[in-house]
Each structure stands twice: as structure tokens, then as C-alpha cells.
Design a protein around this ligand. Structure first.
Ligand code: NAP
Length: 248
């Protein structure tokens, strides 16, 4: 058995720990988006594979027998490639699936189908917007330059942020409600922008928004191809056990 674990999430780190502890041969894969990724207890590779063809070549070269897709729910490109490549090579794939967050009583959410739809859902009059969406899609918000944007990022940006009125805080999850509430207060935030990632690590901002009565503009997650879904590492281990005869 040789497992490829596609990472970049809390679930991926938990699975890596369990696989390593069980002595299962596995390689961890990061896209390479952050300068200081969490160190994993598995051999680790960093960087894209080069699309489906590159991933197919990697799977064959490394004699990968099983793929665990523990990428973020918004990392749809990698999930689609993993699905296509596993089908082509004929090896089993399992995907971590987090339940999306649901609004609760007292929440004031506007849900939009895609991240690209968020700027239009922001007001036209100047607001103070908290952006917790990572750095890749910041330029979408050039459509609404009148707002002040507070970004929460993992690394100091390599280049100036492409918005005239902006600031950032550096932090890495998991986050907690008390700190997020204090952050929103101290920056006088009026609107919160989020991706519906689900899970516990990033939900504190939503609880903070409820307690401060702030509106949340929430992007729903992209659709992914059908896959065998799991939500815990224990389920992954059971799946590996059931598919152990697929080892090469
Ligand atoms: P994406 O749009 O699905 O992926 C774009 C390309 O990045 C993929 O086609 C692949 O390149 C490469 N890639 C992505 N994940 C990879 C991995 N684990 N190992 C090797 N290559 C990978 O993904 P994204 O939204 O840019 O996210 C990148 C990474 O950050 C993911 O691993 C994800 O788990 C993590 N992350 C994303 C978010 C988010 O909100 N999107 C949040 C937290 C963490 P090739 O086609 O060249 O193989």
C-alpha cells in the first residue's frame, strides 16, 4: 500500500498523524501556497502535479495505491483532478467532506452561489469589511474599492494588496470567538465575508458576527464530482482496511 494524502486542511494533518502512527506508507502533498506549512509526520512533497496528466504520471511513478483527498472544500480544481486521475489509473479515492455551516437564529447571512458574486452583495456606501477568504481572490474586490478591507492572512503578502483601502492581520486557525469578537470590534467591522468552508477551525468569525449583530456575506461551495465521502480519520482507516487488497 502507498497512499497519497492531498493536504492543506486540519483533517489532512489529523489523517497524516494517524497514518504515520499506524506505520502506513504514505506521502503528504501540499500545493505550496503558504511559506510556513505545518510540518507533517510523513514524507512530504510540495507543488502542483501539472494537471490530471501530471497527477496520473505521479500516481504511476510512485505506485500509489490509494488517494485521500483532504483538500479544502473550495479547492475544487485539485479535487476534480484527483477524481479524474484516480479513475484513469484505476485506484480508489476517498474525500473528506465537511458539512457546510448553516445559519442559526440571530444570524444575518446573505448566501451567494460563488465567491465571485460577493462584491455585488456588498453595499455601495462605504463599509468596513472583514475578508477571511485567503489571498488568491482578493482582486475580486476591486469592483468595490470604496470599502475598507481587513484581510486575515497566513503570510505577509508578497506584493501590495490590490485595493486602495486595506489592512491585514496575520494569523492561522483554529480561531476562537473571544478573539474574533475583539478583532471585529477593534477594527470597527461592519460586514464579514466568508466562504462556507464548514468545520470548526474557522467558524468563530460567524459566532462573533452573531454576537455583534453583523451581516455575513457567505459564498456557497463549488460542486465536486461524486466520490466516496468520509468525515473522520477513523472512517479513512476503515476504508483503507476494506480496500487493502488494492495495494500494489
Ligand atoms: P485548487 O484551486 O483546487 O488547486 C489549484 C491547483 O493547485 C491544482 O490544480 C494543483 O495544481 C495545485 N494543488 C492544489 N492542492 C494541492 C495539493 N494538496 N497538492 C499538490 N498540488 C495541489 O486549490 P486552491 O483553492 O488553490 O487551494 C490550494 C491548497 O490550499 C489546497 O491544498 C487546499 O487544501 C488548501 N486550502 C485552500 C483553501 C481555499 O479556500 N481554497 C483554504 C485552506 C486551504 P496542478 O494542477 O498543477 O496539480
Amino acid at each position: 500500500m502507498h497512499v497519497l494524502l492531498l493536504g492543506g486542511t486540519t483533517e489532512a494533518s489529523a489523517a497524516a498523524k494517524t497514518l504515520a502512527g499506524a506505520g502506513i506508507r504514505a506521502v503528504f502533498s501540499y500545493a505550496g501556497r503558504t511559506n510556513t506549512p505545518v510540518t507533517q509526520p510523513l514524507p512530504t512533497r510540495v507543488g502542483g502535479f501539472g494537471g490530471v496528466d501530471g497527477l496520473v504520471a505521479f500516481l504511476k511513478a510512485e505506485k500509489i495505491s490509494h488517494v485521500i483527498d483532504a483538500t479544502h472544500p473550495f479547492a475544487a480544481g485539485m479535487s476534480v483532478n484527483a477524481s479524474d486521475a484516480c479513475a484513469e489509473v484505476g485506484i480508489p479515492l476517498v474525500r473528506f467532506e465537511r458539512a457546510p455551516w448553516q445559519p442559526e437564529a440571530g444570524d444575518n447571512w446573505t448566501q451567494v452561489p460563488r465567491l465571485e458574486d460577493i462584491p455585488a452583495a456588498l453595499p455601495d456606501t462605504p463599509a468596513r469589511v472583514f475578508l477571511a477568504i485567503g489571498k488568491q481572490q482578493i482582486s475580486l474586490f476591486t469592483a468595490k474599492p470604496q470599502h475598507h478591507y481587513l484581510h486575515r492572512l497566513v503570510d505577509v503578502p508578497d506584493a501590495p494588496l490590490p485595493l486602495p483601502n486595506t489592512s491585514f492581520v496575520l494569523d492561522r486557525g483554529p480561531f476562537n470567538v473571544a478573539n474574533d469578537t475583539a478583532l471585529m470590534r477593534s477594527h470597527k467591522i461592519t460586514h464579514i465575508v466568508a466562504k462556507n468552508s464548514g468545520g470548526t477551525g474557522a467558524r468563530a468569525k460567524l459566532d462573533a458576527a452573531r454576537s455583534l449583530d453583523l451581516p455575513v456575506i457567505m459564498a456557497n461551495r463549488p460542486a465536486l464530482p461524486a466520490a466516496r465521502n468520509v468525515s473522520t480519520t477513523a472512517e479513512v482507516m476503515t476504508w483503507l482496511d476494506h480496500n487493502a487488497d488494492r495495494g500494489v
